[in-house]
Design a binder for this molecule. Structure first.
Ligand code: AMP
Length: 417
């Protein structure tokens, strides 16, 4: 017996059918907002991934060399591949580009409930706008997806790195140190910040600001009193984003200036969505606005986007008892009662498959064994084909009630529910 590699799972048919339904809901929602799906390779040149996420990403990568010595890695996420695709293929097209993906990713992490080494991400990238209304629509889309899936027990938290950067700029802290501070904030390493070579007053205000959480009014009042009037640009932008977002219909949210999302290319608004009751791995979505296109050689082009952890969405749906129903069981099982009847049954299967899903007894089993098989597979109808019946007559059996009737083959599709 061989097991699946650690951190990976087999997905059986019933679960997969439900996942496909949920995927369909996400795809449809993305498309209703004007996004178009893309697909990128499952592995990328390792430089693309380190360019985006730094050398630190290496320890989380499934990396390898191919037979020609190229350094490659399985993708750990999809925004770097999406922006690479944009720069290579779409940068001359009109803007914005609204792209979405729903694919598997791979990270070498310690597996636990809700954290896997192979997992799926569904996400969008809105490429080419700095406008607050664009960022507001991105957040609205994330919330709309969750609502369309039927989830309600989630909480949206929004922060803004521009505000943190404005504060740090006010203290004359250079970009490199700012990036380091933001990555420490993301990891929750307050101790690391305390040890940095920056002034105590900068540290103090940083600690205060990142602790600010709550409703819009309260947070803005606090921030307004803490920020100098010449470093309120990001704050004003944040205010605009929130106003547009409310116009789009997103009213339930909390502000949290402590959200940092580690990587250097996040520039302004950042957000996270958590599902209550999922345990330690309860972040189902992360996103924000960023500037990656330039990093990949495509000129300055601000973008925003988010990614759902699709497996966590499925856990959330199960927890909230909102898994979409999906029955992919064939509607009909055709049972020939003899070898001669099998010839007729094959023709009948061809005809019925034009109209509905149907399976055919191909194991040479007798009628009673075939009936118990159909029963165990929960197939709702059986068509019994005899060799002595006149050419177009069959028996249709309703497996739930046990009722049987003889009818013409062409009447079967209308006779089943
Ligand atoms: P990130 O690219 O790290 O911002 O992740 C985006 C989303 O993907 C997170 O909010 C999680 O829901 C999901 N995610 C990240 N890592 C994993 C993992 N190892 N297993 C399952 N889901 C994950």
């Amino acid at each position: 017996m061989f097991s699946t590699p650690r951190g990976t799972r087999d997905i059986l048919s019933d679960e997969l059918a439900v996942r496909r339904r949920a995927e369909g809901i996400l795809r449809e929602t993305f498309e209703r907002y004007g996004y178009r799906e893309i697909q990128t390779p499952i592995f990328e040149n390792i430089e693309l991934l380190t360019a985006k996420s730094g050398e630190e990403i290496l320890k989380h990568l499934y990396s390898f060399e191919d037979k020609s010595g190229r350094k490659l890695a399985l993708r750990p996420e999809l925004s770097a591949p999406t922006i690479r695709l944009y720069v290579n293929e779409l940068r001359h097209k009109s803007k914005p580009r609204k792209l979405y993906y729903l694919e598997n990713c791979f990270r070498y992490e310690r597996p636990q409930m809700g954290r896997y080494r192979e997992f799926w991400q569904a996400g969008v990238e809105f490429i080419g706008s700095t406008k607050p209304e664009a960022e507001a629509e991105v957040i609205d889309l994330a919330v709309k997806c969750l609502e369309n899936l039927g989830l309600s027990n989630f909480s949206l938290s929004i922060g803004h790195l521009g505000i943190i950067r404005d504060i740090l700029n006010g203290y004359g802290i250079e970009d490199k140190m700012q990036n380091h501070i933001i990555s420490l904030l993301d990891k929750g390493e307050v101790k690391g910040i305390a040890e940095l070579p920056i002034t105590d007053s900068a540290k103090e205000i940083l600690f205060q600001v990142t602790e600010i959480k709550g409703g819009r009014e309260k947070v803005f009042k606090k921030l307004g009193s803490m920020l100098e009037s010449d470093s309120r640009k990001a704050l004003e932008e944040f205010d605009e984003i929130l106003s547009f977002m409310e116009k789009f219909g997103v009213k339930k949210y909390k502000l949290n200036l402590g959200i940092a999302r580690g990587l250097d290319y996040y520039t302004g608004m950042v957000f996270e969505i958590h599902e209550k009751g999922l345990g330690a791995q309860n972040q189902i979505c992360g996103g924000g606005s960023y500037s990656l296109v330039k990093l990949f050689g495509g000129g300055e082009l601000p973008s925003s986007g988010f990614a759902f952890g699709f497996d966590r969405l499925m856990l959330a749906l199960a927890k909230e008892k909102r898994l979409p129903s999906s029955d992919k069981t064939p509607k009909i099982f055709i049972i020939p009662t003899s070898k001669k009847a099998l010839q007729r049954a094959i023709g009948i299967s061809k005809m019925l498959r034009e109209k509905t899903s149907c399976d055919l007894e191909l194991m040479g089993r007798k009628l009673d064994k075939s009936l118990s098989y159909a029963d165990s597979e929960k197939i709702p109808y059986v068509v019994i084909v005899k060799d002595d019946s006149s050419d177009d007559m069959v028996i249709l059996r309703d497996m739930e009630s046990g009722d049987q009737k003889t009818l013409k083959i062409i009447e079967v599709p209308d006779a089943i529910k």
